[in-house]
Design a protein around this ligand. Structure first.
Ligand code: DQA
Length: 143
């Protein structure tokens, strides 16, 4: 089975972006770690474009693929992304929202997620382990 691991804006800069908050690992490091660890086929993607990210969620709906989603800054304001996320969970597909940092321990504007209400659940604050934990959950749920 395949898992889509979708990443929003600025996450292509991981490794050099605020390493005190996000660590030194790059998205390629994350992909390599997830692929090694999992028997699922890992399809990890990143975009800075809201429309592209919404399109990928539609693709997940059409192909019945579970999703691990780090919406990055879109988390806090994109109703378009939220509505796309709802397309998954309203039809019983797993959608796990992940964050590398703990947004609740940061600026006020990060305390709101417009995605969480339509996610299956949320994992935040564990660095790249947030993704590994999400994958564990998909394994537990899908067997
Ligand atoms: C993030 C948290 C968001 O607030 C931020 O805009 C990001 C990354 C995280 O993974 O910790 O870009 O989603």
């Amino acid at each position: 089975p395949r898992v889509l691991v979708l990443n929003g804006p600025n996450l292509n800069r991981l490794g050099s972006r605020e390493p005190d908050i996000y660590g030194n690992g790059t998205l390629d490091d994350l992909r390599a770690a997830l692929v090694t660890e999992s028997r699922f086929e890992i399809d990890l993607r990143q975009t800075n474009d809201e429309s592209e990210l919404i399109g990928w969620l539609h693709e997940a709906v059409d192909t019945r693929t579970p999703v691990i989603l780090n919406p990055a800054a879109f988390t806090h304001y994109s109703y378009g992304l939220r509505d796309a996320a709802a397309l998954l969970t309203s039809t019983g597909l797993l959608l796990i929202e992940v964050h590398i940092s703990n947004p609740h321990a940061r600026e006020e504007f990060r305390h709101t997620s417009v995605i969480s209400g339509v996610a299956t659940g949320v994992i935040a604050g564990f660095g790249f382990d947030s993704y590994h934990l999400a994958l564990d959950l998909i394994r537990r749920r899908l067997g």
